[in-house]
Design a protein around this ligand. Structure first.
Ligand SMILES: O=P(O)(O)OC[C@H]1O[C@](O)(CO)[C@@H](O)[C@@H]1O
Length: 445
């Protein structure tokens, strides 16, 4: 059993059959320090893709986004065209903290019906389309851009240009030169920041500015995570949770359930799944030797999934580590009223929903631990921009630490590329004729 308080973000309890964190920390302190020092030392090398450590420090990038937001008060519908890291961070923070009159829409798939439905529901005169692609070439995003661009031009003529804003790499891909040629507003994804690590750069901050999220606090929280993650291991939450994940993976906990107790945080697991799986599911180590590492992140939301997945988590194979996220204080609570004739529910009368939510989280954590299912809880003081920025950045650090512990590159995704190439071949892209022939001979066309 362990309880480790670290200001308002803390790790509690790794269940019965789990591990003794204090002992493991003592035994692995040197390794974790080496991982931390190596990450920090490599930060200035753009090839290492560690630019996400610096984006929360870039207050000028935030000011630029806020100036653009202020210059466009006419926007009522904000449409994000992006996929994976170009959409998930925004979706997560927006669901948790978004407010105000501007409606956010995310197009991150190429299923025609929802796109048609969205287009029919939007008024182009008050719509701003933000095409987001680090590489500037992702087929799904580009296809959506071609459709939305035409839709804007068909109804607004030359004014369509005022309704498009591009977020992309400063040099790579076709979006940057296109934005320049057409005179479109454009923001930068810093070259050393990969998609799944990009929520604190304009990939996330631009849409979130329109959703009235307090960007200064979001960045301040992320900076707090930086401070802890680059500090001593005894107070280094990210190094510690990485170690828990690494140790338990070694004991066969190959599934990593990520379960916030919050509907407002319902998209946090989606963001985390991409961050964790794309970063850490790797066939080769840094030296190019075959290793095949990684644990599979699984989404869950408490309490909802107590009534769907917890049966398996408790009584199924103990091949999982469950990470819970819990809030210490509500933003707003709701009292449960007493009702005559329903006295058997009197244990609820006068209590609050937040009390019930907290009791459910604690009860589930303990029930899992009692069954020998390891789990720990990360608690946030409350759900606000500061704490969410802190949590997101902490999880990026946790991923980076795990990459170091597993000796793999946590910042590339070579496994995704072949599927992309096959898609290009199947869609008849120039230069992919031979691959198309090969696929045909393998029965795929
Ligand atoms: O921002 P881009 O370059 O369009 O990429 C979108 C997503 O596609 C991937 O390259 C592969 O799925 C992710 O890493 C990335 O977040």
């Amino acid at each position: 059993m362990l309880r480790l308080e670290l200001h308002n973000l803390s790790v509690e309890r790794v269940g019965a059959q789990g591990m003794d964190l204090a002992a493991e920390l003592a035994a692995n302190a040197r390794k974790l320090e080496a991982a931390r020092d190596s990450l920090v030392a490599r930060k200035s090398n753009p090839e290492e893709f560690l630019g996400w450590m610096d984006t929360p420090e870039d207050t000028e990038a935030v000011r630029e986004v806020l100036r653009y937001r202020q210059a466009n008060p006419w926007v009522r519908e904000f449409v994000v065209l992006g996929i994976g890291g170009s959409a998930l961070g925004t979706q997560c923070v927006h669901a948790a903290l978004g407010q105000g009159p501007v409606r956010l829409h995310i197009v991150d798939n190429v299923e025609p019906e929802p796109i048609q439905e969205l287009l029919r529901s939007l008024d182009p005169r008050v719509s701003l389309v933000n095409v987001i692609s680090k590489s500037g070439s992702t087929a799904e995003t580009m296809a959506a851009f071609l459709v939305f661009r035409k839709w804007l031009e068909d109804s607004l003529g030359e004014d369509w240009k005022r309704h498009v804003v591009v977020t992309t790499d400063p040099a790579r891909g076709l979006l940057r030169p296109y934005a320049q040629a057409e005179g479109l507003a454009a923001f930068e994804v810093p070259p050393a920041v990969g998609g799944r690590y990009s929520v604190t750069c304009p990939v996330g901050t631009l849409p979130l500015a329109f959703a009235e999220v307090d960007l200064d606090r979001l960045m301040a929280g992320a900076r707090k995570a930086n401070e802890l993650a680059t500090g001593p291991i005894g107070a280094n939450l990210s190094a510690q949770t990485a170690l828990v994940n690494e140790r338990l993976a070694k004991k066969g906990m190959n599934i990593c359930v990520f379960m916030p107790y919050s509907t407002r945080l319902r998209y946090l697991p989606d963001w985390f799944v991409q961050l964790h799986d794309e970063s850490l599911g790797k066939m080769k180590d840094k030296q190019g030797r075959e290793v095949r590492v990684g644990t599979t992140a699984v989404r869950a939301v408490g309490t909802t999934d107590q009534h769907a997945q917890v049966q398996l988590f408790r009584e199924g194979p103990h091949d999982k580590l469950v990470t819970m996220v819990r809030l210490e204080h509500p933003t707003e609570d709701l009292e449960i009223p007493a009702v005559k004739g329903l006295e058997s529910l009197d244990y609820l009368f006068g209590k609050s929903f937040f009390e019930l939510l907290t009791a459910e989280a604690k009860a589930t954590a303990h029930a899992l631990a009692k069954a020998g299912q390891p789990n720990y809880t990360v608690t946030l003081e409350r759900l606000d921009a500061y704490n969410l920025g802190w949590l997101l950045q902490h999880l990026m650090w946790q991923t980076a630490f795990l990459g170091e512990l597993w000796n793999i590159n946590a910042f590339d995704q070579p496994g995704v590329e072949l599927g992309k190439e096959y898609t290009y071949a199947l869609m008849g892209r120039k230069g992919y004729e031979r691959l198309a022939q090969e696929l045909k001979s393998e029965g795929v066309e």
